[in-house]
Structures are given as C-alpha cells and as structure tokens.
Design a protein around this ligand. Structure first.
Ligand code: COA
Length: 262
C-alpha cells in the first residue's frame, strides 16, 4: 500500500473522495501519486461500504498532468521498471476497468492525464474556469488512457485532431458541447455538486449501477484495454526519443523547446 500526502482519500456516506493535494506543483502527478490512486480505487472496489468514487482537485487547478521531473528521470533511465509496470499504467488499467460509478469535479487546468482520466469517469462536473488540454505531441509523446480511441469517438475526428495534434486548450463550454462534461458551475460550487451527485448514486442499488455501467461499456471494454497497451508501447518508445527529452528539459529550464532537429 503506497502512502503520500499528495493524494488524500476520504470516505463518507458511501462515497470515497480522492483529492489531488499538490497545489505547489499544480497537482502534477508523481509515480507515488499514481500508486496511491490505484490503491484507492482497488480498496474502493473491495470495500462494500464504498459505492461511488469522486476525483477532485482544488478551485484553481485540477491537475497539470504527469510530473515532468518524473518523466525526465525516466528519460535518464533512472527508473528501473519496465514501461508497462509503471504506476501510471497500473492506474489506467484500474480506472478503465473500475466497476462502480466514478464522478469528477474539475476546476482550472486539467492537462494530459488530468483530461484523459475523465474519459473513464461516468459523470464530470466542471467549474467555469476549467481548461482541458492534451499536449502529448508538444512533449514529443502520444496519447494515453485510450484517448486516441475515445476522443475521436466523442469529439469527432477533426476536433479530436485539433485537441491531440495541436494540443491547444479548450474551455469548459467546449467540453460541455462535446459531452466531456455534464454541467458547468461556478468553481466554488463544483466539488459540492459532484459530492451531491455521488451521494445520489451511492443511495441507489449498487448491483444495478454496476451492471448498467458494464453494459454501457461492454461494446468496447476489450478494445479500450488493447488500445491502452498499444499506446503504452508507443509512449515508451517516444519517451526514449530526442523530442521528449528536449521538451522535458525545456520545461524544467523554463524555456521554449526547440524541435528543429527532432
Ligand atoms: N510537472 C512538474 N512540475 C510542474 C508541472 C508538471 N506537469 N506543472 C507545473 N509544475 C510546477 C512548475 O514547474 C512550477 O514549479 P516551481 O514553482 O518550482 O517553478 C509550479 O508547478 C507552478 O507552475 P507554473 O507553470 O508556474 O503555473 P501556471 O499557473 O503558470 O501554469 C499550468 C499552470 C498547469 C498551465 C502549467 O504549469 C503547465 O502547463 N504545466 C505543464 C503541463 C504539462 O505539460 N503536463 C504534462 C502533460 S502529459
């Protein structure tokens, strides 16, 4: 069982709430945080008292995505695990296969996996300051979390291409229009709305919820897991390439990356 103060887990009234708690680094997600989130989901799956899980950040930031210092360490070969065994891939396998309902409250930026994890949530509520972005290409990488499959389905190919190839942020209104979020509220109301909806779900018969969710996703559950594996292999290959190294180094050095040789 991993332990980090950067992820808080609190269970009340049948709802387990997972809170990103690393505001000084914009809730970017380290390997320890992925492990803690995967542990929290596995615990929630086992615990009969938990009937729904909520993900939330704070009012100004949901998550800046993967911790880029961690990425740099991986590029430098300082992390001794095979790519598929990294905590991020474990977290993605667990969230994509999670049977009970998942709700998210998103305020401020949701970058990279901060957006792609929402594709595996059942209900998503956004503050009107929410900004979604998928800058994988800008980092020399490719999409993860089966977003290369799920985003074109949700947005249509051309809008998905704009989001994934250009990596430009889109705001809460655009996310509402394409169905990535259910409702937009003032940021101060967002976490409370997600909790209220989660508690409604927690009061419903769990077996019926689980079966309904399974049926809605049954058509492509295997495809999602297979795509995540394929993305994982491509991601690992690109991670070892010059563009990713340049992008991560540039971020840490607070300069623009130079891809002219990549
Ligand atoms: N990994 C590691 N550190 C990060 C981070 C990340 N993904 N995102 C932000 N931080 C750190 C910054 O390095 C900075 O640290 P410092 O105070 O020690 O210098 C701190 O968080 C504040 O970030 P800053 O960029 O100054 O905040 P901002 O409010 O101007 O911008 C973001 C917020 C989220 C838009 C911006 O931080 C950002 O774009 N982050 C990178 C997102 C990204 O590319 N993620 C990877 C996705 S795969």
């Amino acid at each position: 069982m991993s332990s980090t103060q950067d992820i808080l887990v609190h269970t009340e009234a049948g709802v387990a709430t997972v809170t990103f708690n690393r505001a000084d680094k914009k809730n970017s997600i380290t390997e320890a945080m992925y492990s803690a989130m995967a542990d929290a989901l596995e615990q929630a799956a086992r615990d009969a008292a938990v009937r729904c899980v909520v993900f939330q950040g704070d009012l100004a930031i949901f998550s800046a995505g993967n911790d880029i210092a961690d990425f740099l360490q991986q590029v430098a070969g300082a992390v001794g695990q095979a790519a598929g065994e990294r905590p991020v891939w474990r977290f993605l396998r667990v969230i994509a296969g999670f049977e009970k309902p998942l709700v998210a409250a998103v305020c401020g930026p949701a970058v990279g996996i901060g957006t792609t994890l929402l594709l595996h949530c059942d209900l998503v509520y956004a503050g009107d300051n929410a900004a979604f972005s998928l800058p994988f290409v800008n980092l020399g990488l490719c999409p993860e979390a089966a977003s290369s499959l799920l985003l074109p389905q949700m947005l249509g190919y051309h809008r998905a291409a704009e989001a994934l190839l250009l990596g430009e942020p889109f705001m809460a209104e655009a996310a509402l229009e394409v169905g990535l979020v259910n409702r937009i509220v003032p940021p101060a109301e967002c976490n409370a709305l997600a909790q209220a909806q989660a508690r409604k779900l927690a009061a419903k018969p769990l077996a019926a919820l689980i079966e309904t969710k399974r049926l809605m996703k049954a058509g492509q559950a295997a495809q999602v897991q297979a795509r995540m594996q394929e993305e994982g292999a491509s991601f690992a290959r690109l991670m070892a390439g010059p563009a990713a190294k340049e992008a991560f180094t540039a971020f840490m050095e607070k300069r623009k990356p130079d891809f002219s040789k990549c």
